[in-house]
Ligand binder design. Structure first.
Ligand SMILES: Cc1cc2nc3c(=O)[nH]c(=O)nc-3n(C[C@H](O)[C@H](O)[C@H](O)COP(=O)(O)O)c2cc1C
Length: 173
């Protein structure tokens, strides 16, 4: 089996053409996100699709001035809800599963975006409290990733990866 094209084609895009995204585009992205595997099928995620310029600027501020976020026509902020995972899985649910669940959702979403000709960048460097305030998310909900999305205005070369021979251990480390 070969590595699917979208996995090979995906790379972080930080410059976007002005063309906007439709509600249907957003629906397709979220449909793909919610198909992700997740612990106990608890689905401890929520998504805020941001198009509003002022809110995008607040997200830039939360993200320590990463201005390309506001240049994207759409930013999807992926949120985790540890309170959903806690009753069944306790600490491991709070500190690990709900973050893994949302990460799987992000990956599904950005691969679907790539497949549909869109560019994305997974942004994790931001102040959670500031992002939560900008979005008005309820207490206890954690914004864990910002995904600026739009038609790419750049085609950077693929960033290098450590080779399989360096990262793969067979049977034992
Ligand atoms: C958890 C996580 C956090 C990241 N945070 C940022 C970020 O705050 N700003 C940014 O520009 N890129 C961010 N990135 C993107 C990485 O820099 C990028 O994926 C990496 O350099 C490899 O490049 P590629 O995505 O083009 O393959 C983040 C990626 C991940 C998975």
């Amino acid at each position: 089996m070969e590595i699917p094209e979208a996995i090979l084609k995906r790379k972080s895009i930080r410059s976007f053409a002005p063309k906007g995204l439709t509600d249907e585009d957003v629906e397709i992205l979220i449909q793909s996100a919610i198909r992700a595997p997740n612990a106990g099928n608890i689905q401890p995620w929520a998504f805020v699709a941001v198009r509003d310029r002022d809110i995008k600027e607040s997200l830039v501020e939360a993200a320590h001035g990463q201005s390309f976020i506001a240049a994207a026509p759409l930013v999807i902020v992926v949120c985790a809800d540890p309170d959903r995972t806690a009753p069944r899985y306790g600490d491991r649910g709070i500190t690990l599963y709900c973050l893994q669940d949302t990460a799987a959702a992000v990956e599904n979403m950005i691969l679907t975006a790539t497949h549909n000709g869109l560019g994305t960048c997974w942004v994790g460097a931001f102040d959670e409290g500031m992002a939560a305030a900008a979005l008005g998310v309820p207490r206890g909900i954690r914004p864990v990733a910002m995904i600026p999305i739009g038609y790419p205005d750049q085609d950077p070369p693929p960033r290098p990866r450590r080779p399989v021979s360096e990262v793969l251990h067979r049977d034992k480390w």
